[in-house]
Design a protein around this ligand. Structure first.
Ligand code: SF4
Length: 323
């Protein structure tokens, strides 16, 4: 990808987010996570629920303050912005939330919800109506919807309102936090295609947080796989799906349903034994060790480093040392 030569738009560097859950207990939701996002691309951040992917996204928009590490946006550490820079950051970086039922204020009309950001960023009152109407049309709604309340809409329509709200301040970078997982399957493709079209029209950059690997494959240029607070593998989408290296990624990919019956027969589903261990005070070892069919003593005693195994493809697994 030619944009590798350029400066990333977003750099997540050794990001950690710990939550205190007792006097001597930290829930390490995100633990030393690093990856970059280049302008105009979509990075998929995937893993099972509880792996820290949403917490990572929330740290990147400052809904959570990182415990350690940095998030650099357009060359600047987002925790060290001046007031004016902070305001601009809030405009440039938006989020689309997982639950379109909970993320819209039920007491506000659609016009108020979508127009709120415009008001905050100083758009004159007489302009707001026009802008809200145009935004609703962009996401497949219309001006008749402006005076209605969220409960009058379906899940898919509510997510469209959430997208119009995110677009209202003309952002550069949108964190899509499981934007389709609460929607009916029939609506999911519409929302994904709309996000893709908007990206092309507006030159948007996305972080697409999801647990559904087939959706991530469709929308992402690169994919970062997380397990229990850490990155285990990252690569360009085609490379990751055709040549996965980490045992966890291989197991996740083997679970994707295959539409072609011949291919489905040939594919062996790799089971992952047991449950995700607790992220509270995790041991200094490979966090996947208890569930990995290849685990050795070393895996239970040493954290594998995330290292590049071929250009742009990084893996955190001791098995890579044998290659
Ligand atoms: Fe499995 Fe060991 Fe690799 Fe962890 S480091 S994924 S336990 S082989």
């Amino acid at each position: 990808m030619e944009n590798k030569e350029k400066q990333p738009l977003v750099q997540v560097k050794h990001l950690c987010k710990y939550f205190k859950v007792g006097r001597h207990a930290d829930l390490k939701a995100v633990d030393d996570v690093s990856f970059d996002i280049y302008k105009g691309e979509t990075v998929g951040l995937v893993g099972e629920s509880g792996c820290g992917k949403s917490t990572t996204g929330r740290c990147m928009i400052r809904l959570y303050e990182p415990t350690k590490g940095e998030v650099i946006y357009d060359g600047k550490d987002i925790t060290k912005l001046s007031k004016a820079e902070q305001k601009e950051f809030c405009r440039k970086v938006q989020m689309i939330f997982q639950n379109p039922y909970a993320s819209l204020n039920s007491r506000m009309t659609v016009k108020e919800i979508v127009g709120e950001g415009l008001k905050q960023h100083g758009v004159p009152k007489n302009e707001i109506d026009k802008r809200v109407q145009a935004l609703l049309e962009t996401v497949g709604l219309n001006k008749d919807h402006m005076s209605r309340f969220p409960h009058e809409f379906s899940g898919g329509q509510r997510q469209r309102i959430g997208i119009a709200r995110a677009l209202s301040v003309d952002p550069e970078f949108i964190i899509c936090d499981e934007p389709i997982s609460a929607l009916d399957v029939s609506i999911q493709a519409q929302v994904i295609n709309m996000l893709k079209d908007l990206q092309e029209e507006r030159g948007l950059t996305y972080l697409f947080v999801a647990h559904d690997l087939s959706v991530v494959k469709y929308i992402s240029d690169r994919v970062v796989v997380m397990y229990l607070g850490m990155v285990v593998e990252q690569a360009e989408t085609e490379e990751l799906y055709s040549n996965p290296q980490h045992p966890y990624t291989k197991a996740l990919l083997s679970a994707i349903p295959e539409a072609d019956p011949d291919k489905a027969k040939a594919n062996r589903r790799i089971p992952i034994k047991g449950e995700i261990p607790s992220p509270i005070n995790p041991k200094q070892c490979c966090r996947f060790a208890e569930r990995c069919e290849y685990a050795t003593d070393r895996c239970f005693n040493e954290v594998p480093e995330l290292r590049e195994v071929c250009p742009g493809h990084k893996v955190a697994c001791h098995l890579m040392d044998e290659k």
